[in-house]
Write a protein that binds this ligand. Structure first.
Ligand SMILES: [Zn+2]
Length: 241
């Protein structure tokens, strides 16, 4: 094997580790979004529950005000009854008081229903509050862990960058230039073996003469189809079948 190939393989391994760490860091952003989304959902549900509690309370208060108004009417009619000397008017005022009492009875029935709804909604509100507290606690914990992983990955990347510079420095300049150009275009599978007489990167058949040349390892060979750097080791299958 050409000596630069061995150095390139080390370099490629470093680049793969770097790419992997960078991918992991990018993935952390997605995890943060997921963690935040549970909290945001819980916040929305909690706000809706609070809003409904307010509405129920307002309905209950409204009904009480209506009852109070009917009671006031009854008192007014009763006073008018005492003042009147007209028997028909006296009876009419009596009927009006009865109507008010019926209205009050209906209002109180409705109020009981609203009170029951307030009771059952209190459980919903409590559950929403519990979920919000749990989601926020989980969020704080998860975000802390994600931050820690990011810090570790960045430290790892710094170390890898130093190792990469070291490995790259050992490769002959023109070969390194070609490698870097390929890496920018094709990722981290650039120095590839040949198998069954084909390029391990693009899998296109290689000319017989190239295969023989690559086998000798006398110089750096590039795939005529994709430009990748080719090499051969004894455990590779050389036959074209
Ligand atoms: Zn190729």
């Amino acid at each position: 094997m050409h000596e630069d190939i061995e150095k390139l393989l080390v370099l490629q391994e470093r680049d793969r580790s770097i790419a992997h760490a960078e991918q992991e860091i990018a993935g952390l952003e997605h995890e943060r979004v997921e963690v935040n989304s549970r909290s945001a959902d819980a916040e929305t549900a909690h706000e809706a529950a609070q809003q409904k509690a307010k509405e129920l309370e307002a309905r209950k208060n409204g009904l009480e005000v209506e009852v109070e108004a009917e009671q006031e009417k009854i008192r007014t009619y009763a006073r008018q009854q005492m003042d009147t000397k007209d028997n028909d008017q006296y009876k009419a005022l009596g009927r009006q008081q009865e109507t008010c009492k019926e209205t009050i009875s209906d209002l109180e029935t409705t109020e009981i229903e609203v009170l029951e709804e307030i009771d059952s909604h209190a459980e919903v509100s409590q559950a929403a509050k519990t979920e919000l507290d749990e989601a926020n606690a989980a969020k704080a914990k998860a975000l802390g862990e994600i931050d820690e992983r990011e810090t570790n990955l960045k430290t790892k990347l710094e170390g890898l960058a130093v190792q990469r510079t070291e490995s790259a420095g050992k490769v002959e300049a023109s070969v390194l230039k070609q490698y870097d150009r390929l890496r920018a275009r094709k990722g981290t599978n650039i120095v590839v073996g040949i198998e069954h007489g084909a390029c391990g990167g693009c899998h296109m058949k290689l000319p017989e003469s190239d295969v023989i040349e690559i086998k000798t390892g006398s110089k750096i060979n590039y795939c005529p189809h994709c430009g990748r750097i080719l090499y051969y080791t004894r455990d590779m299958v050389m036959e074209s079948d």
